[in-house]
Design a protein around this ligand. Structure first.
Ligand code: 13P
Length: 237
């Protein structure tokens, strides 16, 4: 029977938040995380450090913004709610102020296709949404636009936002984007790097799709090579 309190998802939110801190993706009370439930979401409470957060502290909120719990929801409930409502391909919304993504966002710069891994966010770039004050509807509107056909975007003068189907994929994608941001900031030290062409990026998207790249079995339970009839050695991919 389904647990009406979604204890496993609450624990998953706590575990993922703590992992964000361990990975260096987040610190203090910055950042927030949500997971879809029927007609709404579970979301981190506002201003509670992750190392003190327990499953019962997670707030349940419906899409009309009614909430239940001992705490107020994250100040960013609007963009979590709006993304989950608009995108049925998304179960998890993760937001951090990770250092290198935020460094680019401070300059109102997105991440161009200077490296092929930019494709893991779904397109040929990772956009930076214009600045709007945290917790506002304007920020949510800008975020949703920057996420069109993408699973990640930067938020101007603020941080990073990623979407995924599972906690594991959200953490993985946040780490990938943060690493790309770090590489881009380093590359900029010796000038604006050349970009991959549209044709080169189209090939990358095709290759990733064909190989189910970034879809490791431990991330979504589906392998990239059929297990029953493995391809001969040397011919894989
Ligand atoms: P909350 O503690 O309200 O989630 O705020 C943190 C944050 O990062 C705001 O953007």
């Amino acid at each position: 029977m389904t647990d009406p309190n979604h204890f496993d998802l609450r624990q998953g939110i706590v575990d993922t938040c703590r992992q964000m801190n361990r990975n260096g993706l987040n610190q203090g009370t910055s950042g927030n995380l949500s997971h879809r439930i029927p007609n709404g979401m579970l979301i981190t409470p506002t201003s509670l450090p992750y190392d003190r957060m327990q499953p019962e502290d997670i707030v349940a909120m419906d899409f009309a913004a009614n909430y239940q719990g001992n705490h107020r929801p994250s100040s960013e409930w609007r963009f979590h709610r709006d993304i989950l409502r608009a995108r049925d391909d998304v179960n998890v919304v993760l937001h951090t102020h990770s250092t290198f993504s935020t460094t680019l966002a401070i300059h109102e710069r997105g991440i161009p296709c200077f490296h092929y891994m930019v494709a893991v966010a779904g397109g040929n770039d990772i956009r930076c949404a214009p600045y709007a004050c945290f917790g506002t509807q304007a920020l949510s509107d800008y975020a949703l636009k920057a996420l069109e056909d993408r699973n990640a975007c930067l938020l101007g003068h603020h941080g990073l936002l990623v979407t995924a189907q599972t906690f594991e994929k959200a953490l993985w994608l946040a780490m990938e984007v943060e690493t790309l941001a770090k590489m881009y900031v380093h590359a900029l030290a010796i000038g604006e790097p050349p970009r991959l062409s549209d044709a080169e990026m189209a090939q990358v998207h095709e290759q990733m799709k064909r190989m189910r790249y970034g879809q490791a079995p431990d991330l979504d339970g589906v392998g990239d090579v059929p297990r029953a009839s493995p391809e001969p050695k040397g011919a894989a991919h």
